[in-house]
Design a protein around this ligand. Structure first.
Ligand SMILES: C[S@@+](CC[C@H](N)C(=O)[O-])C[C@H]1O[C@@H](n2cnc3c(N)ncnc32)[C@H](O)[C@@H]1O
Length: 423
């Protein structure tokens, strides 16, 4: 069931629709911890509590599936109030998206409905800004070409994990907008929409989140066991390789499923935080140093007896920051798209985080759910106090110019079916 929220110029009653996928398509989705996580689309829109359980460890495998979304609501620790960094990504991409839509969008083959999806929309504020840019650029294109009377109806699918706070998303939709809106909960590493339903796919700052923590890094018998750390930065080569392999596998699935959902010739704009070179903890990238420092706080707390070191060893953060060449190689290997534009951008959003406290609040808003899930809510205040102090001791978090992490912009076009199967 899909809950649709209509624009003012569309019929006002709520419509419920169910998409049914053939069983073969359902089988391709990665293992789900919830019966509804894949395949059928529906809207949960549940209120979020900070005590929710949102990751599941399967016994025996030491496997951690990641279902936690960002902090919901609009309170002091919410993603909505602490995502100015990601807003900077939307801002820097705006002129590029506008230019590409004015150059690449094929108006001749459009039907009366134009469908857009944002994969990993979170609670909506940045997503709505991006959708506004996309729909307005398309509208302007029709206007410039003298075709405004043929402007299609826009439909936007907002996708995120089932635990995402879709209520805040729907509340943040602008009153005056050009599009109808639908929430599509479920993992974007599986199939979410009907075949060839999409004209334009978008995703920003979301593809770094892995579908699961690589199994080997939690396996005490594996050479890739990540003892004493919660992330791959500063860890052994085997750990980094496990993360890189998981990322490649996940992105491959993402590209495959989107290729099914996009119309041939459909466009996909991706914004992915990346680092210019592989990670070491002393390098100048805030996004990779942040989890490294958080990991050291956990080990400090374990040493004081707040929890065991084994508790830390059994937790890893399922986030990966590729280098641009690595991301490009995965797309090329996939072969279902042409790369229309690829660009490395300096993210002005880092200037929106004005110091260590802002950085800590930002990191808390994206990670608190999974931290509570594993360690319990009682450790959170102490953890983030310690973490803020560590950030204060590093110039990287006081002077945004020290942070050399980058954003990769990629515009892909779905190849036509015949060309695709030949390649
Ligand atoms: C850092 S937020 C970015 C949100 C938004 N795009 C923005 O720019 O502000 C990453 C989002 O991706 C979502 N996400 C991560 N993995 C996902 C998955 N497998 N399927 C759907 N959403 C996912 C998270 O829940 C989160 O809301």
């Amino acid at each position: 069931m899909l809950i649709l929220s209509h624009t003012s110029h569309l019929p006002s009653e709520t419509t419920l629709t169910k998409f049914f996928f053939p069983p073969t398509q359902r089988l391709q989705a990665p293992p789900s911890t919830s019966g509804n996580d894949q395949g059928a689309c529906y809207c949960v829109g549940q209120a979020r509590s900070s005590n929710r359980r949102c990751s599941i460890r399967s016994p025996g495998l030491g496997r951690m599936l990641t279902r936690c979304a960002m902090n919901g609501g609009e309170g002091p620790h919410s993603y909505a109030r602490n995502s100015s960094y990601q807003k900077g990504v939307v801002d820097v991409a705006k002129p590029i998206i506008e230019e590409e839509i004015s150059r690449k969008l094929d108006l001749k083959h459009l039907s009366s409905t134009f469908r857009i999806a944002d994969f990993g929309c979170s609670t909506g504020h940045n997503s709505c800004a991006a959708i506004q840019i996309i729909t307005e650029a398309i509208r302007r294109r029709f206007e410039i070409e003298g075709l405004i009377s043929q402007l299609p109806d826009f439909y936007v699918y907002f996708n995120d994990k089932v635990t995402n706070d879709f209520n805040t998303l729907f509340n943040s939709l602008p009153r005056e907008r050009l599009y109808g809106a639908a929430g599509v909960p479920g993992s974007f590493y599986g199939r979410l929409l009907p075949k060839a339903a999409l004209n334009f796919a978008y995703s920003s700052c979301s593809l770094n989140w892995l579908s699961e923590v690589p199994k080997a890094v939690l396996d005490t018998t594996s050479p890739a066991w990540n003892r004493g750390k919660i992330h791959y930065v500063g860890a052994r080569r085997e750990v980094c390789e496990e993360y890189a392999n998981q990322f490649a596998k996940d992105i491959e699935s993402f590209l495959d499923f989107r290729a099914e959902e996009l119309v041939p010739g459909g466009l996909m704009a991706l914004l992915v935080p990346t680092v210019p070179a592989s990670c070491d903890p002393n390098s100048a990238y805030a996004m990779t140093t942040a989890p490294y420092l958080l990991g050291s706080c956990f080990m400090d707390m374990a040493k004081t007896g707040r929890f065991s070191e084994a508790k830390v060893d059994s937790f890893n953060i399922p986030v990966y920051f590729p280098i641009p060449q690595e991301f490009k190689a995965i797309i090329e290997r996939n072969g279902k798209y042409t790369i229309e534009r690829i660009e490395v951008l300096d993210n002005p959003g880092k200037h929106n985080l004005t110091g260590p406290k802002d950085h800590a609040a930002h990191f808390r808003s994206v990670s608190e759910g999974m931290l509570i899930d594993h360690f319990g809510s009682e450790i959170i205040e102490e953890l983030f106090d310690r973490y803020t102090k560590k950030l204060e001791a590093s110039p990287l978090f006081s002077d945004p110019d020290c942070d050399k992490s980058i954003i990769m912009f990629v515009l892909l076009q779905r190849k036509l079916e015949s060309y695709c199967s030949a390649s």
